[in-house]
Design a protein around this ligand. Structure first.
Ligand code: ADP
Length: 396
């Protein structure tokens, strides 16, 4: 490897550490990979180069934890660095609460503040912080940067972040935060390259992956988001239910005798596309199935996206562009077509051929005369984190 200034980007979940290694001021992706099956085993470590060739594979018979996974990753990177040292590590951190509206250099003080946010994201934040601690210990002196999924949404008007609850409750941090912020920030950064007028435009973006949400942006700033206090609100997702009447939760507990763990399991892991279809959380499988419940799951997702789109257009006072991103948004021709069909009333006119074959990279898929332009923007949260990390590195 000949490039300088290596930046490592980490996205750590409950069972995996995904990583990307960038060189040359975050402009060049060098390697990408993941350590998977942490805690359950057998743990696997896979690495690909920028051309997606497999360059390394390792399996352990036992289950590794975050620290052991991180050790294997850093040891591998040391063998591949060609004398270049790691300059900084950028971490994807799910929650920055109301404290962080941008990236932050991590130290013991920031870590202690983030520990206080664990109750806001108990399923994700502890894993993020475990990776930070392991990386700080194993790469001492290397800048570690926290990039938050919530930070981009701190620009929302106070009303968009509020719940109609008494201050004694909201003062405890119970408010709408919004997530997928790094993905939306990346989309906002790419659109003006594709169409300069979009720099000041009213844009609704839909990040549709296993997790799914929508964000209303004006002039590149978040105005509203479909996810709220947690990443379970808004759209139906792979296994998450999206918005349900809070009365449903009360009924589950009061009438069906479910405890907190059972409700959490139902709403996070057994609902959404999987729960409705009873077949799969994977959109590809549902699209390939002719079972009526698979159709229903897809129809419900399309319907909820349409309802949310209307709400976002209202928050923006109109809409100039609609963006699809994430695994479903980038790949499902049928879902994009269905969402755009339902959004004709807003001035959305899709170009059938462009939608069927948008190609790679940022692509316009609306008809030339469509009052609202429609785009596919491949998600790249990792690059956003690398850029933020590089910026903080250069400010020091
Ligand atoms: P994550 O949120 O975990 O990063 P992705 O962004 O990779 O997930 O999105 C995963 C979703 O994208 C799955 O539902 C998968 O079925 C869907 N998907 C991927 N490729 C296609 C495709 N060609 N057609 C339809 N859906 C697809």
């Amino acid at each position: 490897m000949a490039s300088t200034d290596h930046i490592l980007v980490l996205n750590t979940g409950s069972s995996s550490i995904k990583f990307s290694l960038y060189g040359n001021g975050a402009s060049e992706l060098l390697l990408k990979g993941r350590v998977e099956n942490l805690f359950s085993g057998p743990t696997r470590f896979l690495v690909q180069d920028a051309a997606q060739n497999n360059v390394h594979e390792q399996t352990w018979p036992q289950a590794l934890d975050h620290a052991a996974g991180m050790k294997a990753l850093l040891a591998f990177l040391a063998t591949r660095s060609g004398g270049q040292s790691l300059r900084a590590v950028g971490h994807r951190i799910v929650h920055g609460g109301s404290l962080y509206s941008g990236p932050a250099a991590l130290d013991e003080t920031v870590l202690a503040e983030l520990e206080t946010l664990v109750p806001l994201a108990p399923l994700h934040l502890p894993h993020n912080l475990a990776a930070v601690r392991a990386a700080m210990q194993m790469a001492p002196g290397v800048l570690q940067v926290a990039c938050f999924d919530t930070a981009f949404h701190r620009s929302q008007p106070a009303l968009a972040q509020a719940f109609a609850l008494p201050p004694a409750i909201t003062d405890r941090g119970i408010r709408r935060y919004g997530f997928h912020g790094l993905s939306y920030e990346y989309i906002a950064s790419r659109l003006p390259d594709a169409e300069p007028a979009l720099a000041g435009a009213r844009v609704v973006a839909a990040h549709l992956g296993n997790g799914a949400s929508m964000c209303a942006m004006h002039a590149g700033r978040s105005i509203a988001s479909s996810m709220g206090f947690t990443a379970i609100d808004g759209l139906p997702m792979g296994t998450r239910c999206g918005a349900v009447d809070p009365g449903v939760v009360l009924y589950l507990i009061d009438q069906l005798g479910m405890d907190v763990a059972a409700v959490q399991d139902l709403l996070y892991l057994k609902s959404g596309l999987l729960g409705v279809s009873g077949i799969s959380a994977d959109m590809r499988e549902l699209e390939a199935s002719d079972a009526p419940r698979a159709r229903l799951a897809i129809d419900l997702m399309v319907y909820r996206i349409g309802r949310e789109l209307g709400s976002m257009a209202a928050a923006l006072g109109g809409i100039d562009a609609l963006v699809f991103s994430g695994g479903i948004g980038e790949n499902s021709v049928a879902l994009r077509a269905a969402v755009c069909r339902d959004a004709r009333w807003l001035g959305v006119e899709i170009d059938k051929d462009a939608n069927a074959a948008p190609g790679t990279g940022v692509a316009r898929i609306s008809a030339a005369a469509s009052p609202v332009s429609v785009w596919v923007v491949p998600a790249n949260e990792e690059l956003m984190i690398a850029r933020h990390t590089m910026d903080l590195l250069h400010k020091r």
